[in-house]
Design a protein around this ligand. Structure first.
Ligand SMILES: NC(=O)c1ccc[n+]([C@@H]2O[C@H](COP(=O)([O-])OP(=O)(O)OC[C@H]3O[C@@H](n4cnc5c(N)ncnc54)[C@H](O)[C@@H]3O)[C@@H](O)[C@H]2O)c1
Length: 353
């Protein structure tokens, strides 16, 4: 059974893509459009054959294989793809299908939203993280090294089809990465869901995926362009993005979700002093996250480089580093401003020598 998430236009479908409206949409609404499928090397190998076998309409599609990995979520790759779309003579009325993790859905969405001032695109997320977070909500973009996601648009996909079948080939560390964003959804808005994500996490459960997506979709619907409440979804990301950028620079392999998890510990620590988070609740969060994600591969002498990266965070104003903070588990506060000194102390408290 396909579960429809209640969002602005019921554009998010969860369940077997074969049973979904994807095939009908291609055969009817998109019949006359040419289709371009964006994959990366892994989703070309593991996910594209399944889609091609089940949807005849895709036989004629152009397939563009993007290089895998965060370091390739870049303007260089984007330019090459725009060039290829022009060479294929793709028109504004054609359709782009993003089949991949968050790197493919972020960059593919960005490519589609700018090319010819906007081509219709569909997201078929293939990682847990992209299903429950990256493919939902219309944020697209690429990195401007060393900073993450500095170039981008708000642009909604026509549809999002989340089919857990794709998770069967996903490495364990990528499931753990997606779990971090689900933990985050719970921490910012639903204590019961947080508990569930910590104690009995089942990534193959459509019900769990649907709940996580619904939590995000509800927030995005109320504030699509992040003028207010949507900032809650950034919990853990001020620090997490700095860790991710720093590790990418250093060529240390980390996942986005691991970095967000570590970022959540630091931002929860700051929440004690700045948002009234009960110290016992902080200790529980720290213990829970430590058990699943261990400790970041960083030391106290990396702190100044992390602060330098945070200075460029999109969310900052003249008031300081902008963080979402926790008042309690399941209750968050946007626009918490943190001084560099407070952030330095929090990081030094967390990182080893
Ligand atoms: N737009 C948003 O709102 C938003 C939200 C959260 C994260 N993000 C972005 O998402 C990105 C992270 O996404 P991600 O964690 O999905 O990373 P990713 O796209 O790099 O995928 C992780 C790895 O899994 C591989 N893979 C993907 N699907 C697979 C499958 N089914 N089987 C086997 N391997 C598979 C990929 O090739 C890659 O090696 C970051 O760039 C982050 O900034 C965006």
């Amino acid at each position: 059974m396909i579960k429809e998430i209640k969002d602005d236009e019921n554009r998010i479908k969860i369940g077997s893509i074969i049973d979904s409206s994807f095939g009908k949409w291609m055969d009817e609404a998109a019949k006359k459009s040419r289709k371009v499928v964006f994959v990366d090397e892994n989703t070309y190998e593991y996910c594209w054959p399944y889609l091609l076998t089940n949807f005849v309409a895709l036989k004629e599609a152009e397939v563009i294989v993007l290089p895998e990995g965060e370091e390739n979520k870049s303007m260089e790759v984007t330019m090459q793809v725009w060039q290829a779309l022009s060479e294929y003579k793709i028109k504004r009325g054609d359709v782009i299908i993003n089949l991949g993790g968050g790197v493919v859905t972020d960059m593919g969405g960005f490519i589609a939203s700018v090319y010819k001032r906007g081509v219709t695109f569909i997201n078929i997320p293939t990682t847990l993280l992209a299903m429950v977070d990256a493919s939902v909500g219309g944020k697209t973009g690429v990195n401007l090294p060393p900073w993450k996601n500095q170039l981008g648009t708000f642009s909604l996909p026509q549809f999002i089809f989340c089919d857990p079948i794709f998770l069967q080939t996903l490495p364990e560390k990528e499931l753990r990465s997606g779990r971090a964003e689900m933990i985050k959804h719970g921490l910012i808005s639903d204590a019961k869901f947080y508990e569930e994500m910590i104690t009995k996490f089942d990534p193959s459960s459509e019900k769990v995926i649907a709940k996580a997506v619904q939590l995000k979709a509800d927030i995005v619907d109320r504030d699509p362009e992040e003028k207010g409440e949507r900032k809650k979804l950034n919990f853990g990301h001020t620090v997490g993005h700095a860790i991710e950028s720093y590790c990418t620079q250093q060529k240390t392999a980390v996942t986005h979700g691991d970095c967000v998890a570590w970022g959540m510990v630091v931002e929860a620590y700051l929440s004690k002093g700045l948002a009234g988070l009960d110290p016992q609740k902080y200790s529980a969060i720290e213990r829970d996250i430590q058990e699943i994600y261990g400790h970041p591969p960083l030391h106290k002498n990396d702190v100044s480089a992390l602060i330098e990266l945070m200075r460029q965070d999109k969310k900052n104003t003249s008031e300081g580093l902008n963080c979402t903070l926790l008042q309690s588990i399941g209750d968050s506060l946007i626009d918490g401003y943190v001084s560099e000194e407070q952030m330095t102390n929090a990081l030094e408290n967390y990182l080893e020598n």
